[in-house]
Design a protein. Structure first.
Length: 229
C-alpha cells in the first residue's frame, strides 16, 4: 500500500509536468508502474530493514556509552563518560556560613562617613587608582590624532585628585541603590528622574571622563598571557 501510494504520487507529478488528457491515461500509467515495481519493493524492504538494524545498533551503543556511578545518597546515577553530566538534576550541597556577620572592624562612636569608606576602600588603594587613571588618560590622549576638535571631551580632561576619586566611587555605590535605565538620568533636572546628589557632587561630563580612563594598573608593566601559563 505504501509503495502504491508512492508510485501514485510520482504519476501525479508526471501529470503536472507532462499532462494527461483523461483520468484513464493516468490510471494506465499507474498500473504500468505497479506491474514493473517488484524489484522496487524488494529494494524498499531491504532499505527499511537496514534502517531498523542501524537504529538498534545505535541504541545499543548509547546504552554502552552510559555508565552508572554511585550518587551522594548511594543511588546509581547514569552519567556520560565524555562529559560527566548526569541525566537527573541533583540538589547541590551548599555549606553553611559559619563566619561572623556584620562589621568586623572597630570604629569610633562619632565616626563620620569617610571613616567607614576608608575601612572598605583603603586610602592606599585609592591613591594607586588615582595615579594609574591619570597615567592611562595621558597615554590615551597622546595617541589621539591631531588636531583634536575643540568639542572633543578628552580636551576637558584634568588630573583627578584622591578626594574626587572618592566622590566618584561614592556615586558608583549610589547607582547600585538607585537604579535608572540610563546613566545620564542621574543628572536629569526632571522631577521624575532627579537625583540631586549627582549634580551637587560632580558634573556629568567629568564623571564620564573618569569612567572612561579609570585604571588600576600600568598596562606596560602587565605580564603577557604566556607568562600566566
Amino acid at each position: 500500500m505504501i509503495v502504491y501510494t508512492y508510485q501514485y504520487n510520482i504519476a501525479s507529478r508526471k501529470r503536472k509536468t507532462i499532462g494527461f488528457r483523461t483520468e484513464e491515461e493516468l490510471a494506465d500509467v499507474v498500473n504500468k508502474i505497479v506491474n514493473d515495481s517488484d524489484s522496487d519493493t524488494d529494494n524498499i524492504s531491504e532499505f527499511s530493514s537496514s534502517e531498523e538494524s542501524e537504529s538498534e545498533s545505535a541504541n545499543e551503543s548509547d546504552n554502552e556509552s552510559n555508565i552508572s556511578l554511585p550518587g551522594p545518597s548511594g543511588r546509581q546515577i547514569d552519567v556520560t563518560p565524555n562529559t560527566g553530566f548526569s541525566k537527573k538534576d541533583r540538589q547541590p550541597r551548599i555549606r553553611p556560613f559559619i563566619g561572623n556577620l556584620g562589621v568586623q572592624f572597630a570604629v569610633e562612636s562619632e565616626a563620620d562617613v569617610m571613616s567607614y569608606f576608608d575601612h572598605h576602600i583603603p586610602p592606599e588603594f585609592t591613591e594607586i587608582v588615582v595615579d594609574q587613571t591619570i597615567f592611562y588618560a595621558q597615554q590615551q590622549i597622546a595617541k589621539m590624532f591631531r588636531p583634536v576638535t575643540k568639542y572633543a571631551r578628552s580636551e576637558e580632561w584634568k588630573p583627578i585628585t584622591v578626594i574626587k576619586m572618592k566622590k566618584f566611587f561614592g556615586l558608583i555605590f549610589v547607582t547600585d541603590i538607585v537604579r535608572k535605565p540610563k546613566l545620564e538620568f542621574y543628572w536629569s533636572r526632571k522631577g521624575i528622574f532627579q537625583t540631586p546628589v549627582f549634580q551637587q557632587t560632580i558634573s556629568r561630563n567629568r564623571f564620564k571622563l573618569i569612567q572612561r580612563y579609570l585604571h588600576f594598573n600600568d598596562n606596560n608593566a602587565a605580564g603577557t598571557d604566556e607568562e600566566l601559563l
